[in-house]
Design a protein around this ligand. Sequence first.
Ligand SMILES: C[S@@+](CC[C@H](N)C(=O)[O-])C[C@H]1O[C@@H](n2cnc3c(N)ncnc32)[C@H](O)[C@@H]1O
Length: 193
Amino acid sequence: MNPVEAAVAERFAALAVNPIGERRFPIGPSSAKRLGYPPAEIDALPLGATESFAGVGNPFALGELHIGQFVLDLGCGAGLDSLLAAQRVGPSGRVTGIDLVPAMVAKAKANAAALGLTNTDFREGRADALPVASGIIDVVVSNGVFNLCVDKPAVLAELFRVLRPGGRLQMADILLEPHVSPEELAGKGEWSD
Ligand SMILES: C[S@@+](CC[C@H](N)C(=O)[O-])C[C@H]1O[C@@H](n2cnc3c(N)ncnc32)[C@H](O)[C@@H]1O
């Protein structure tokens, strides 16, 4: 793992175990509701799924999921989007959540178990080397993850590999603004702020 990734992993491991310690970006159920998720859906999830939510938008606003679809949640964190996707695709569908941070993967698994979901599968892995077979995914959802990835073309190539022909990517993310200085950009740790 390079130093930038190590800093990102450390940051999100802390968010998994101690969400109330996060002060630098909006997290949790109130953030999800502000970003347009239906409040009733958020309130029906276990606190463990919503307290570490760190998404920056609502990828489901970009298109409907359908019963039986196979979904990949890239950088799933504690699993909020994975759980909502699993409810939408039903028992004949499947949701695979991938995250760099073992504590996030463990939390997502616990949240799926708390909901009694049998169509989810959470794995530790890197976005640029996905532990997923080729050509099996109908929809990739991703929320707040691309901005953290060092080699973005490699991540896109991996998503292209795992998607079925005609599959799609629904992502929410943030873009670098001109006022961010090169020093901030280069600083280890600032990548994840
Ligand atoms: C801003 S959080 C968003 C988590 C989740 N999507 C959500 O909406 O709550 C970014 C997540 O991406 C994961 N992540 C960062 N870089 C990654 C990479 N290269 N490969 C896989 N996961 C990564 C982090 O561990 C973290 O859980």
